[in-house]
Ligand binder design. Structure first.
Ligand code: FES
Length: 188
């Protein structure tokens, strides 16, 4: 992600929290972007005050905060920044990839056409095969990157984003399934 952001000349900052530098991966890779990285060693400094640190890097009216780590950290960050119009939180927990169920159909409302999604294959995979480009990161329903507007259809969302970032009118094509082999309609 840092390489991609540097390539795009985006405005970003990384807060990397670990117990000590000896335990932290990728430090060599981060040298080239060190001015945009804050390394926080908890054995030296204790727990960071994340809202205070992040407030220094927030600019403009639309900031996205990606948080990856243990469940306690994600819950704390989600609660610290809930209800803010100028910032949204996306989080990634490491969890087992959910099972993908039976076959169903997806209708694409804007580009037109219906696609059959085979059992055990994700909507994201099928869309990619059709040349529909949707950004993704985890492919396991935990990061929120592939969020797509859902127009109709009874769905088994299958993601781990309830209460963090998911509204009812969106779904995550890497994990979503139609209930009872039904049809779902996406706004793409
Ligand atoms: S790619 Fe992460 S939720 Fe779909």
């Amino acid at each position: 992600m840092t390489l991609e952001l540097a390539e795009r000349e985006s405005s970003w900052h990384l807060l990397y929290i670990g117990s000590s530098r000896q335990e932290m991966a990728f430090l060599d890779h981060l040298r080239s972007v060190r001015e945009r990285v804050t390394i926080w060693e908890t054995t030296l400094y204790g727990r960071p005050n994340i809202p205070a640190l992040v407030s220094e890097w927030i600019g403009g009216t639309s900031t996205t905060l990606y948080c990856c780590g243990p469940a306690g950290l994600i819950e704390s960050v989600s609660s610290d920044f809930s209800g803010r119009d100028d910032l949204r939180v996306l989080s990634e927990r490491f969890a087992a990839t959910p099972e993908l169920g039976g076959s169903f159909e997806v209708e694409l409302s804007r580009s037109g056409g219906r696609i059959r999604v085979p059992a055990g294959v994700s909507v994201l995979d099928v869309l990619e095969e059709r040349g529909v480009d949707i950004p993704w990161s985890c492919r396991a329903g935990i990061c929120g990157t592939c969020e797509t507007p859902l127009i109709a259809g009874r769905t088994d969302h299958g993601d781990s984003l309830v209460g963090l970032t998911r509204a009812d009118d969106v779904c995550f094509p890497c994990v979503v399934r139609a209930v009872d082999d039904d049809l779902i309609v996406l706004d793409i």
